[in-house]
Design a protein. Structure first.
Length: 415
């Protein structure tokens, strides 16, 4: 079967988060199952196109521009460039999704001529096969629901842009998708609650990772607290910083390591701002602020994992809403203790005090949970780490889901 995975997110060039991690894991599984896999993505800039083959997967990087110079001038410069300039200010996600669909369509046509595509498997963001679906009716469309945009909207500014994206995403899921795969039980319940008529289309297969389970136990220091992910309001980074400041006042050995790119959604004086601005406006004592270390996002998974093992700390996932939680399963696989909020997918992954720790998404609850861990003996912590690693291998590894994907793709009838 010829399968196309279409998404602007694909490691390492656009490794923006869990969706990128999932896309590469999915591509590897489908390739292992004997399918021919084409990935259509871009390099984060969109100024050049090229193709390569990695681990048997055809990766096609596309240009986000026309091949015709006159068309580029008309659209990007004059007269449409002026309208585009103002629209990007108001609805940037919508404009990106519009342009993404156009240029993906042209790239897809070339690939489909080489070998007829049977299935398109896409995440929701930028509804990447919407335009293709209007012209290629015989293809089987799989929509991989990595969380609901309507839930994300609660934690982001620019309501108009997000509402447009939500409505088009809902249209794609209802009118285009032949099969819908929720990334977690929480996402499954959200879809069933919002669109009960879609239940027959749902295939409940959890997200997974091809991470190799660590056979060694890093030297875990309970004095090191680690966050990995976008530094945004939805991810609850302010919850963690506030809890850390309170704890660090009484523990001079405590350190906080933040790994990720700058995010949005915070408010200072009634105005939305990014994390950097919010953080610099917090009245944190200098001796505590000097124990907060901020690192840029590490795009290569191997480098990230080595860094996490070197720090060897307690990984905290304080999200206000987290559809699944790749950081959670990756840290568990690395034999690092994980504390996650019970909002979203983490409560499916973690059994409290058995495979990790859960808390309500607020600073008081997080502080209380951290204090509980600080008092635990090494034997108890080692048992939890062992349980966590076994749980990831059993439920969220390639081996755990490979058969489910084999059965699902085997049930697809090509028109």
């Amino acid at each position: 079967m010829n399968i196309a995975i279409i998404s602007p997110e694909y490691p390492p060039l656009t490794n923006w988060g869990g969706t990128a991690t999932f896309n590469v894991s999915l591509a590897k599984v489908l390739c292992r199952l004997g399918h021919n896999v084409d990935v259509i993505t871009y390099d984060g800039h969109g100024d050049k196109a090229w193709s390569t083959k990695v681990d048997g997967i055809n990766i096609n990087y596309i240009r986000l521009m026309f091949t015709n110079k006159i068309a580029n001038f008309l659209y990007f410069k004059f007269p449409f460039g002026l309208l585009r300039y103002f629209l990007i200010k108001k609805i940037p996600k919508t404009i990106f999704s519009f342009e993404w669909n156009i240029f993906v369509f042209f790239a897809f046509k070339k690939i489909d001529k080489k070998h007829k595509i049977d299935v398109i498997h896409t995440p929701p963001y930028s509804f990447p096969a919407l335009l293709i679906s209007q012209f290629y009716k015989k293809i089987h469309y799989i929509f991989h629901a990595q969380g609901a945009q309507r839930e994300f909207n609660k934690f982001e500014p620019n309501r108009l842009d997000n509402r447009i994206i939500s409505n088009i995403e809902d249209y794609y899921m209802n009118k285009v998708a032949n099969t819908i795969i929720p990334c977690s039980d929480d996402t499954y319940k959200h879809i069933v609650h919002s669109f009960p008529m879609l239940k027959p289309k749902l295939k409940n297969i959890p997200n997974f990772s091809d991470i190799r389970l660590s056979k060694s136990y890093p030297n875990v220091s309970l004095d090191n607290i680690v966050f990995n992910g976008q530094l945004s309001y939805r991810k609850g980074i302010d919850i963690l910083v506030n809890a850390f400041v309170d704890l660090a006042c009484k523990n001079s050995h405590l350190k906080l390591f933040l790994i990720g790119r700058n995010g949005i959604g915070f408010k200072v004086d009634g105005q939305y701002c990014d994390f950097d601005y919010w953080f610099n406006n917090q009245k944190i004592p200098s001796d505590i602020k000097n124990r907060i270390f901020i690192f840029s996002q590490l795009d290569h998974q191997e480098n990230l994992f080595e860094f996490l093992k070197t720090i060897g700390g307690v990984v905290v996932v304080p999200s206000r809403y987290e559809p699944f939680g790749y950081v959670t399963i990756e840290a568990m696989a690395l034999n690092l203790p994980v504390i996650a909020s019970n909002s979203g997918g983490s409560k499916q992954i973690i059994t409290d005090e058995i495979t990790g720790f859960l808390f309500e998404p607020n600073s008081k609850s997080l502080k209380k949970t951290l204090q509980k861990i600080f008092k635990m003996n090494q034997k108890k912590i080692s048992k939890i780490l062992s349980n966590a690693s076994n749980n990831v291998n059993k439920l969220y590894s390639v081996n755990a889901v490979e058969k489910q994907y084999k059965n699902m793709y085997g049930s697809i009838t090509i028109k």
